[in-house]
Design a protein around this ligand. Structure first.
Ligand SMILES: Cc1cc2nc3c(=O)[nH]c(=O)nc-3n(C[C@H](O)[C@H](O)[C@H](O)COP(=O)(O)O)c2cc1C
Length: 217
């Protein structure tokens, strides 16, 4: 079946959490560009985009990072390793920059923007650092979902990962200097011919168990 003939569900059945990539094959830059755009276009709470994407294509760095991920070989064999990060300083200044952008792009008048900006600024002032980080991490999970779906549609193999030593990876990539913290990893590439996981049947609850077509009795 050609990619364009695949419908969404076929694409989602085609994808799986790839455990080993073909280390000799690099994805074309056009595919990586598509993933960058998909990340950018992810819907986020208030539109604040409290996240950044690091794109690594460096087998030495990937090998090092693999050691910080319980040696999971999908990291070292991937064509590219995407690191989905949260932005650390979500403060008044960050929120103001967002609204300045809204004004620039949409020409929205101040009298409409200001009340919303004031509300958000106050709302975030009341949150603890941990609450803001949890909120930001939630947005990163949305981006991950978006990327996984786009990967499936684009026939890019991928493995979503939360099994890694966060502090060690932050240190290795010097993310603190960039005001970032690694939240999720997404190695991408082409599945290895001998990745036995490629042929495993999907394990999912039956539709009737996981979806309720609610009716008012
Ligand atoms: C948020 C998240 C974190 C995950 N972390 C890992 C991981 O660290 N290592 C791994 O091999 N798989 C990881 N997985 C893959 C899941 O185990 C896999 O998606 C699940 O078993 C369903 O299988 P499938 O994706 O192949 O359909 C993760 C998946 C998600 C959504």
């Amino acid at each position: 079946m050609k990619l364009n003939d695949m419908n969404s569900i076929e694409a989602l059945n085609w994808r799986y959490a790839t455990k080993k990539f073909d280390a000799e094959t690099l994805l074309p830059e056009s595919k990586i560009d598509t993933l960058k755009h998909a990340f950018r276009l992810t819907a986020t709470s208030y539109g604040l985009q409290p996240m950044k994407l690091l794109v690594i294509q460096d087998k030495n760095a990937q090998q090092k990072i693999q050691t910080l991920c319980m040696n999971q070989q999908q990291i070292g064999t991937a064509s590219h390793l995407l690191i989905l990060c949260t932005v650390q300083n979500i403060n008044e200044d960050f929120i103001e920059k967002y609204f300045t952008k809204v004004k620039q792009i949409r020409n929205t008048p101040d009298k409409i923007i200001q009340p919303f900006q004031d509300f958000l600024t106050e709302d975030f002032k009341e949150k603890t650092k941990q609450e803001i980080e949890t909120w930001a991490v939630n947005q990163v999970y949305l981006a991950m979902g978006n990327l996984l779906t786009v990967c499936a549609q684009e026939k890019i193999d991928a493995c979503p990962m939360e099994g890694f030593q966060q502090l060690e990876i932050n240190r290795f990539l010097e993310l603190e200097k960039l005001g970032l913290s690694a939240a999720l990893l997404l190695p991408v590439g082409i599945r290895a011919a001998d990745d036995i996981f490629a042929d495993f049947k999907k394990v999912r609850k039956p539709l009737e168990e996981i979806v309720i077509d609610w009716k008012n009795q």
